[in-house]
Design a protein around this ligand. Structure first.
Ligand SMILES: [Zn+2]
Length: 94
């Protein structure tokens, strides 16, 4: 279980908290910031989980008023900014 953490890097727990705080008020975040936090999460090997569904993975814009379509257990969210459709499998149990 020993994990190497260099001095300048924050702990995984702190990193997770930072991501959580970020998405707590994601409405006023710009695409650049979203991209940055995504990279940050990747660096710490953290999953954004449901949070990654709150923004477009193509243009990194927070969804404000996206078109949502549900078909064959798939949920499509169409970005109102770039038109990119993100598709998610609908889980029967969450
Ligand atoms: Zn988009």
């Amino acid at each position: 279980m020993a994990q190497k953490i260099s001095k300048k890097e924050i702990s995984k727990k702190d990193a997770q908290k930072k991501i959580g705080d970020f998405f707590n008020n994601s409405e006023d975040k710009n695409p650049k910031e979203i991209q940055k936090i995504k990279r940050f999460a990747m660096k710490y090997n953290l999953k954004l989980g449901g949070k990654r569904k709150s923004f477009c993975k193509k243009c990194f814009k927070i969804y404000k008023n996206p078109t949502i379509r549900i078909r064959n257990n798939m949920k499509s969210i169409i970005c109102e900014n770039c038109g990119y459709a993100s598709r998610w499998k609908i889980k029967k149990r969450n």
